[in-house]
Design a protein around this ligand. Structure first.
Ligand SMILES: NC(=O)c1ccc[n+]([C@@H]2O[C@H](COP(=O)([O-])OP(=O)(O)OC[C@H]3O[C@@H](n4cnc5c(N)ncnc54)[C@H](O)[C@@H]3O)[C@@H](O)[C@H]2O)c1
Length: 448
């Protein structure tokens, strides 16, 4: 691809679009990621592996120090992969936000949490956009990856960047591309998960698709940033609502003394029109419990009151309390009060085989059990310490002594590393909220 030269009354200008297109095609574009978390670090490494020069930027100096020392804090990224990229000088990390000025393309991967009032907390996106706006120059491509409500790219990021005097689609390029990473999933990574891209203008979309197409297998271009933003929220709302249905069916089955796991397994034999979702002790992580509420909030502002989202949130966020109440009943059946009982929690991350305990239902369950006067301990091969209500707890090995001295064990996370036959052999009662003990038939197993 050659660079087109536009002659304008004697002045010679290069077209920033064509210039950037050529740089991307030749893999000479310098790529950067703002926010080196579960999303940003794998994304940066994927582009670096594809041959781009990558700079990761994060305000958390502990994370920068870990990366610089070649230590990965993300389960799906091995130390060796990180060290190789650093040694080959394809990847570097810095907390210096002025590094943005040297980049040709930047992806924003900062958190999008909720405020205490359950409204979107846009402060991280605003801070990242402001940092870019300070140093933006012609020929840069900015891609927002953080999950957020429809309209964010054009209502929040675009005005901040255009305040520089530069024009989108002409001087700089702006797109939204939702991250779909599934932590702990060995079959799908940034590379082979189809990537949805929507641009503020068609040229913005084309450049973002070209960049990501250089290292990802399948790019799905949609007509606008709002569509791309909505795609991600539909996906996560779909999960939230279906998990809520599975949870409600589980509560119903518990009431009716039916094994919900057997029901779901048999229903899954239908080759069409059914997709299994599973109940559990509650939602966790950075996405499913939070993202649908971004959509509900925005839709309300736009004058449309959604019903499914709030109902699903209510059912899902009630699950930890159900687990605590059921625990109380199970102890009662043993003639024991929960106050003073020893309860051992197995797994505190929100899904199995990862190290992320953010928003984990385990935290809420432990908080409720402590509030009821129980003595709580936990085991998790991925989380050595956990803070609940300001109290720091240390993980212990789920050995015979620990399990047999407890009154009841609760499986909150079905980590592969746990030895379930041993757990069932040693704990007086095992309350299994994940069907981790499937196939075991001991009388002391009680499933959700
Ligand atoms: N974790 C997931 O599985 C997942 C999946 C899909 C989408 N998402 C979305 O991706 C976004 C990022 O999620 P995550 O899990 O990677 O978050 P994270 O908390 O793991 O990482 C975000 C990083 O951004 C850094 N940061 C915050 N403000 C910054 C700033 N102004 N400049 C530079 N760095 C800054 C933080 O220090 C942190 O290291 C969120 O919107 C999330 O909803 C997450």
């Amino acid at each position: 691809m050659s660079i087109s030269i536009i002659e304008n009354e004697g002045a010679i200008q290069t077209d920033p679009y064509l210039e950037l297109e050529t740089k991307i095609q030749k893999k000479q574009a310098r790529f950067g990621v703002i926010g080196l978390g579960y999303v940003g670090l794998p994304l940066g490494l994927t582009l670096s592996e594809a041959g781009f020069d990558v700079t990761g930027i994060d305000i958390d100096t502990n994370r920068i120090a870990a990366i610089t020392a070649g230590r990965s804090y993300i389960t799906d990224i091995g130390d060796q992969e990180l060290q190789r990229a650093m040694a080959e000088k394809r990847f570097r990390a810095t907390s210096d936000l002025s590094a943005i000025s040297r980049l040709d393309a930047v992806s924003i991967c900062v958190p999008t949490p909720l405020r205490k009032t359950k409204d979107p907390d846009m402060s991280y996106i605003v801070a990242a956009a402001d940092a870019i706006a300070k140093v933006i120059r012609p020929g840069q491509l900015i891609i927002l990856e953080s999950t957020t409500y429809p309209g964010t790219t054009e209502e929040v990021v675009l005005p901040a960047l255009e305040a520089s005097g530069l024009k989108v689609g002409q001087d700089f390029f702006l797109a939204f591309s939702p991250e779909r990473v599934d932590p702990g999933n060995p079959d799908f990574s940034t590379k082979n998960i189809p990537k949805v891209v929507g641009g503020v203008t068609p040229r913005c979309a084309r450049l973002a698709a070209l960049l990501y197409g250089a290292c990802m297998e399948n790019i799905v271009v949609v007509s606008s940033t709002r569509v791309a933003e909505m795609v991600k929220l539909l996906e996560n709302t779909f999960r939230s609502v279906n998990i809520a249905l599975a949870n409600e069916i589980a509560l119903m089955c518990s009431h009716m003394k039916i094994n919900v796991w057997e029901v779901i397994k048999a229903a899954s034999s239908k080759p069409f029109g059914f997709m299994p979702f599973y109940p559990g002790p509650g939602l966790g992580g950075h996405c499913i419990p939070i993202d649908p509420l971004y959509l509900e909030w925005k839709s309300k502002i736009d004058g449309f009151e959604s019903r499914f989202i709030g109902l699903a949130d209510k059912i899902n966020s009630g699950m930890p309390r159900f687990v605590a109440t059921r625990t109380m009943e199970l102890l009662n059946e043993q003639g024991k009060a929960i106050r003073g009982s020893k309860i051992h929690i197995l797994g505190v991350t929100y899904i199995k085989d990862i190290s992320d305990s953010r928003e984990s239902p385990a935290i809420e369950v432990i908080k409720l059990l402590l509030g009821l006067g129980a003595e709580v301990s936990y085991s998790d091969p991925f989380v050595s310490s956990l803070t609940v209500d300001g109290q720091v707890m240390e993980s212990v090995q789920p050995c015979r002594e620990v399990l047999s001295s407890s009154d009841l064990a609760i499986v909150i996370t079905n980590h592969t590393a746990f030895n379930y036959p041993e757990i069932v052999k040693n704990a007086p009662v095992v309350f299994d909220t994940r069907n981790a003990t499937e196939g075991l038939t001991a009388k002391n197993i009680v499933r959700l």
